[in-house]
Structures are given as C-alpha cells and as structure tokens.
Design a protein around this ligand. Sequence first.
Ligand code: 5GP
Ligand code: ZN
Length: 113
Amino acid sequence: MSASCLFCRIALVEIPATIIARNATCLAFRDIAPQAPVHVLVIPVEHAQSLNDAAALPVLSDLLSLAREVALQEGIAESGYRVVTNTNADGGQSVAHLHLHVLGGRALGWPPG
Ligand code: 5GP
Ligand code: ZN
C-alpha cells in the first residue's frame, strides 16, 4: 500500500473510478482514457509496482481470472479481446501499480507500436 499510488487510492475509494467487477484480491475499473470501446484495468488490491515485483504475490491467478470475467461481462469474449500489462519504461508503463488492460470491442492492430 502506498499513500501516493493512484491505483492504491482507487482501491481505497479515495479517488473515484467506475468499478465494474472484483474478486477476493483484485478489482476491475474502467480506464479514464479508453483506447477501445471496452478498456478496463484489472489490479491487485495489494500494491505491486509491476509484473516484475509480483513473483511472491499469490494473486496472479485471480488477476487473470478477473480479466476473463470482465471480458465475459462486457460481451467481448466471443468477438475477441486483448489482455496487456505494460512493464517499466520500454513497456510504456505510466502508473506504477501492476495492472492488466482488457481491451476489446473493435479489431485491434498487431504488432503494437
Ligand atoms: P499504463 O500506461 O501504466 O500501462 O496504464 C495506465 C492506465 O491508467 C492508462 O491507460 C490511463 O489512461 C489510466 N489512468 C490514468 N489515470 C487514471 C485514473 O485516474 N483513473 C482511471 N480509471 N484510469 C487512469
Ligand atoms: Zn499501488
């Protein structure tokens, strides 16, 4: 937990967000600047800076499981979607709290930029 971490503060409901799903250890909320018709962020409530720091976290299966639930709930499971976690500078990570992006609702380009 970090008092200055944006996503910790969202998890503490200190900063508003549109929370759409949760499980025992993780939370899903809509991205503030959606890059696709469906763009949801899935985070562990417990702070980890990135996937690099999540080795000891027993929540990785919960994280991926909630991404899957979000895809079903948002109606993009059949049409298709992408789950991405950006890590550190070259990965383009801008918020230092581990998160999965769940993107869908349109055809997504590949490879990413
Ligand atoms: P990253 O660039 O670290 O992979 O992803 C961070 C994501 O957090 C971005 O897609 C960005 O739009 C989103 N984001 C940044 N600030 C906020 C916020 O205050 N609320 C919400 N819901 N999303 C945010
Ligand atoms: Zn945090």
